[in-house]
Design a protein around this ligand. Structure first.
Ligand SMILES: Cc1ncc(COP(=O)(O)O)c(C=O)c1O
Length: 353
């Protein structure tokens, strides 16, 4: 086992620039491309498009979202819609059954999140005229995503697919989403261009022999600014045809297969630790997701990983207490077997003292 990440300099949450035809993807082709899919610049645009299409024929009463959910999406949705309420979920139990009959009324919308890509998205309801939307942002290509029978599905693709921006919406039975006239957006083209520039700088940073702190600061700043720009813009816009075409090419790769292989290697080597719990030992369409009961312990562990050049993502620490805290360690196509063994060794050496 080597003692440093082979690609050195660590990895953050966003991808560096990589060609869709890169050698790494040559044996991993994806066949799941929802019929009549519609692409957007973001997962948020995809949700908003679905809601707006429902509104064409229905006056929505209440729009229900999970009580535990991405805080950025929650606040963005609240800016767009005043009729949002939350319902309790169980992000630790993939077999959790959602029973909307306990809280919905006619013409409500329920957003179900496929937590960490492993939720079965089980639903028990007898109510008619309630619209079910599933969010597969963490589970692109997962079983629940591919086999969904919700009324509508969407995903933010940029978490799994190495493109600057991308969201997708589809109807699982293959029907076409109703058309809404959208305007092109120079604002989003600018964000796209800035993120591409950040991804290229990150690629250059990773490929250069020396550690160029200027390059690192540049790409971090570009991506940080882009996120902020997106967050404070609520327009539902049309994706540029050339961006759409590029995303389509990237969708030909099976990004899940790498995670499955890496997860298997990892789980085999991973030791139990009383400080955290592995959310699921069987599969992971997202990453290595660990659960902590205390925020301080989560923070301590996160800082330990960062000190070893491993950059995890915190999954929504600003949520209501009672759910605990989740952290995701990336295990996607960027990582070799040696990287995965190295990361697992680091996790196994962790103590909270
Ligand atoms: C579970 C989940 N759904 C949806 C989104 C929204 O995706 P986007 O950032 O592409 O708008 C996010 C984003 O952070 C997310 O974590």
């Amino acid at each position: 086992m080597h003692d440093k990440l082979t690609k050195k300099k660590g990895y953050g949450s966003f991808f560096s620039n990589v060609n869709y035809e890169s050698e790494v993807f040559s044996n991993s082709k994806n066949s799941f491309k929802p019929v009549n899919r519609k692409l957007f610049y973001s997962g948020r645009h995809a949700i908003k498009y679905i809601i707006e299409t429902i509104k064409l024929n229905t006056k929505i009463n209440t729009f229900w979202i999970p009580e535990y959910y991405c805080q950025h999406v929650t606040s963005w949705l609240r800016k767009n819609y005043k009729n949002i309420e939350t319902y309790r979920v169980n992000p630790l139990d993939k077999s959790h059954i959602i029973k909307p009959d306990n809280f919905v009324s006619e013409n409500d919308v329920v957003l179900i999140n496929n937590f960490w890509g492993i939720s079965h998205c089980f639903l028990e309801t007898s109510k008619k005229n309630v619209f079910i939307i599933e969010d597969h942002s963490h589970g692109w290509l997962s079983k629940s995503c591919v086999d969904s029978n919700a009324d509508f599905c969407f995903a933010s693709l940029r978490k799994s697919v190495p493109v600057p921006l991308a969201g997708i919406a589809w109807i699982p039975n293959g029907e076409k989403l109703p058309e809404i006239d959208l305007k092109p957006s120079a604002f989003f083209s600018e964000i796209w261009n800035n993120i591409i520039l950040g991804m290229k700088k990150k690629q250059e940073f990773e490929e250069s022999i020396s550690i160029n702190e200027n390059l690192k600061n540049d790409f971090l700043q570009l991506v940080y600014n882009a996120e902020n720009m997106m967050h404070s813009n609520y327009d539902l816009v049309k994706i540029d045809r050339k961006h759409e075409k590029l995303i389509e090419l990237y969708l030909n790769n099976d990004y899940l297969s790498f995670k499955e292989r890496n997860f298997e290697i990892m789980v085999d080597l991973l030791k139990d630790n009383s400080v955290f719990e592995l959310v699921d030992r069987k599969s992971t369409p997202f990453g290595l997701t660990l659960h902590f009961k205390s925020f301080d312990k989560l923070n301590h562990f996160k800082n330990y990983l960062i000190s070893k050049d491993i950059y995890p993502s915190l999954l929504w620490p600003e949520n209501k207490s009672g759910y605990g805290y989740f952290i995701n360690i990336h295990i996607d196509y960027r990582y070799t077997d040696e990287d995965i063994k190295f990361i697992t060794g680091i996790i196994n050496n962790y103590t909270d003292r």
